[in-house]
Design a binder for this molecule. Structure first.
Ligand SMILES: *Cc1c(COP(=O)(O)O)cnc(C)c1O
Length: 407
């Protein structure tokens, strides 16, 4: 009899996006001509940079000839891409990362989800709340989250609340933990940590032999000086942190699929008897066993984002969404809402009017303004009372939505 991993049964059905879809459908049925604007999306809307498309066409063409055809590539990624990553994302910013510390993948969702493979099931995991749901659900699947309570919180996870009262800066855990997920700039709140605030976490991790799992998927949206683009800008971080990066939000690769993970060689985990073991070796083994590399064509597309014209094209994409975020911020402020984020991230986190919950605010915006947002409660208990506005829509829709709110 084939027994299943029963941890899967404990995970509540992700009703967030189906519930949103259901409410939109109901609203449309009642108001067939409603001019609905979708500001709930976490997907980009602009096409790929030309440099990447050109690189893919060239790479695809190479597959016609035996001399240039590529079969299996290195599981860790091709040297041309790892080199471009090291030079452009780290060396040029004064950070010393080596090529064999970079693992190219098909995206940060896979890597943030798979990283748990190299950690024991008994590790205590802390996550900031609200958070990207992948951190919670993948730990639940692995059996590291315990049981879901009636409130939806897992018994073995430690939730680090981020809210207006602490200005979205999570407090250090008050109980012993082993792994901490940090995502900055943050999805869903759009907020960031300064270098000093992130340094507190690095210090804490060092003192407690904690590993920080740092998701920097929105790094390219940073506009302010004192916000770290990489956790390795913080001294000592290479001893305590794994960093996840993605070309998805940066360069429009949500459908093309490419990302990478940095596992520094001096980063150590421990055996039960306290022997240090290099996590770089474990992750390399994990990838070589379960992953056969990102497609050559896609890696060429990713490489092209670092070419001179690629960099300009990527910056133009970022600038477009950043301007949308600014329009959203200004529109919501004018309309009298309390908001957070949106300066270094494509998301604006808006507080519901007093007395309204996330879903009530969502319904109000849908029914009265024909604007679709994402209810904050869908990202965790501390998201209750907020909704997320996304800057990934068109300029026209973004401006129109804000006009509606001003009225
Ligand atoms: C979009 C997103 C990612 C990127 O995932 P990919 O698999 O690279 O597309 C990672 N982390 C967060 C928090 C995200 O919002």
């Amino acid at each position: 009899m084939a027994q299943i991993n029963e941890n899967f049964l404990k995970i509540p059905a992700t009703y967030l996006f189906s519930e949103i879809a259901k409410r939109i459908t109901q609203h449309k049925e009642a108001n067939p001509t409603a001019p609905i604007i979708r500001m709930g999306i976490g997907d980009v809307s602009l096409p790929l940079p030309d440099a990447s498309v050109d690189a893919m066409i060239k790479a695809a063409d190479e597959q016609r000839n035996a001399e240039t055809f590529r079969g299996y590539g290195p599981e860790q990624g091709y040297a041309f891409l790892r080199e471009a990553i090291v030079i452009n994302d780290f060396t040029s910013k004064g950070i010393n990362i080596e090529e064999d510390e970079i693992f190219v993948s098909d995206g940060a969702k896979s890597d943030t989800g798979n990283i748990g493979d190299i950690f024991d099931v008994n590790n205590r995991v802390a996550i900031t709340d609200p958070s990207y749901p992948v951190y919670v659900d993948t730990n639940a699947m692995a059996g590291r989250a315990g049981e879901p309570s009636v409130t939806g919180e897992w018994t073995n996870l430690v939730y680090l609340s981020c809210n207006a009262d602490n200005n979205f800066v999570p407090a250090l855990p008050t109980e012993k933990v082993d792994l901490v997920y940090l995502c900055y700039p943050n999805n869903p709140t759009g907020t960031t940590l300064t270098k000093e605030q992130l340094a507190v976490w690095v210090e804490y991790a060092k003192a407690n032999k904690v590993i920080l799992l740092f998701d920097a998927a929105y790094e390219s949206f940073i506009t302010e000086e004192n916000v770290p683009h990489s956790i390795y800008e913080i001294e000592g971080a290479k001893e305590v942190a794994i960093e996840f990066r993605s070309f998805s939000k940066t360069a429009g690769f949500t459908g093309t699929r490419c990302g990478y993970t940095v596992v520094p060689k001096q980063l150590m985990g421990y055996t039960k008897s306290g022997e240090p073991v290099a996590l770089n070796k474990l992750w390399n083994r994990r990838q070589c066993t379960k992953f056969n590399g990102t497609s050559y064509i896609v890696q060429r597309a990713a490489e092209a984002t670092y070419s001179p014209e690629g960099k300009l094209q990527v910056q133009a994409l970022i600038n477009f969404y950043t301007e949308n975020a600014k329009i959203i911020r200004e529109g919501l402020l004018k309309a009298g809402y309390t908001i957070f984020g949106g300066v270094n991230a494509p998301y604006v986190w808006a507080k519901a009017p007093v007395g309204m919950g996330s879903w009530e605010y969502f319904d109000y915006l849908l029914k009265e303004k024909n604007i679709v947002t994402t209810p904050g409660a869908g990202f965790g208990a501390s998201g209750e009372g907020y909704v997320r506005f996304s800057a990934f829509g068109s300029r026209e829709n973004t401006i129109e939505a804000m006009k509606r709110l001003e009225k």
